[in-house]
Ligand binder design. Structure first.
Ligand code: GA4
Length: 326
């Protein structure tokens, strides 16, 4: 029999739980970057799911594995050591608290701006980890730009770099997070449920690029409102459409709601790049995607306005609803 002490039970009580996901969903589009039909398939996936898996992406397994190993080493450090790089305001080490408005999750993480000048000095982060983060972010950004250029081409947006320039720009407000979801075998044994690691939400930026170790946990919400489990695959990337790209496509693309359940037995480590525009960039539907006479579904806003509003929201809020035209 599993016996949990009262303090542990009290601590666990603040986290939401969920029944472990039944089957792994096999319907997620898998897009081969070298496929001549990739552009059309990416656009279709952004419309249908706001989410797809990317294979043959050209970012080396070795770089991912090295960074993953460094991240694991960091998360193994004593709590006191990790805390030296926190709290995340908004960048740095965070444990169980997500964002500034009371959200919690069974997760610890490191959140960085991809613009070094915006990060405070993190006394607890080893130089090797820092260097690998920079190398990885630059490889993933290039790949994300390639995807955005394919989208721009397929949508017949005049300039090929209309979307990619937003995240390539040196003023781009992008960030990168390393998440560690520790296992919690006791709770599983006790209740048959899993802890919610990162509650349901959409990403505010343009595009998010995720890679994880071989532990499952990620779920996405389909158009019919059902939640399905994404197969884990450490060799591939998962790409999701963010709120800003939903607006730029005037609602054609879907900013996908997603969440992470912690695994009861295995640690999950995920690495996510969030490609966002510069603070003063205006976010509005691209004129080239609009049909004649089509109205914008959203009021125009700058990324700075959207971000400010996002940081006042709770994780699960529908942040775009404030910017929808009534
Ligand atoms: C969700 C996507 C990214 O992880 C993130 C998150 C951010 C944070 O963890 O600080 C936010 C969340 C995310 C949206 C609403 C606000 C801000 C936590 C939160 C409650 C880094 C981001 O850009 O927005």
């Amino acid at each position: 029999m599993v016996v949990l002490s009262q303090p542990i039970l009290d601590d666990l009580a603040q986290f939401k739980t969920c029944k472990p996901a039944p089957d792994i969903f096999t319907g997620i589009p898998v897009i081969d970057l070298s496929d001549p039909n990739a552009k059309a398939r990416v656009v279709q996936a952004c419309k249908d799911f706001g989410f797809f898996k990317l294979i043959n992406h050209g970012v080396s397994m070795e770089l991912f594995s090295l960074l993953e190993a460094e991240a694991v080493n960091f998360f193994k450090l004593p709590q006191q050591e990790k805390q030296k790089s926190g709290p995340p305001t908004p960048f740095g080490y965070g444990n169980k608290r997500i964002g500034p408005n009371g959200d919690v999750g069974w997760v610890e993480y490191l959140l960085f701006s991809t613009n070094s000048a915006q990060n405070p000095i993190f006394p607890g982060i080893p130089q090797t980890l820092w260097c690998l983060v920079n190398e990885y972010v630059s490889a993933v950004r290039n790949m994300a730009c390639e995807v955005l250029e394919m989208i721009a081409d397929e949508l017949r947006i005049g300039e090929k770099d209309a979307l990619s320039r937003l995240i390539r720009d040196e003023k781009s407000d992008s960030c990168f997070r390393l998440n560690h979801y520790p296992p919690c075998p006791e709770l599983q044994a006790l209740s048959g449920r899993n802890l919610i690691g990162f509650g349901e939400h959409t990403d505010p930026q343009i595009i998010s690029v995720l890679r994880s170790n071989n532990t499952s946990g990620l779920q996405i919400c389909l158009r019919d409102g059902s939640w399905v489990s994404v197969p884990s695959d450490h060799a591939s990337f998962y790409i999701n459409v963010g709120d800003s790209l939903q607006v730029m496509s005037n609602g054609r693309f879907r900013s996908v709601k997603h969440r992470v359940l912690s695994d009861s037995l295995k640690s999950r480590v995920s690495l996510i790049y969030f490609g966002g525009p510069g603070l003063s960039e205006k976010i509005r539907p691209l004129s080239s995607v609009m049909e004649e006479g089509e109205e914008s579904l959203y009021k125009e806003f700058t990324w700075s306005e959207y971000k400010k509003s996002a940081y006042k929201s709770r994780l699960g809020d529908n942040r775009l609803s404030l910017f929808e035209k009534s």
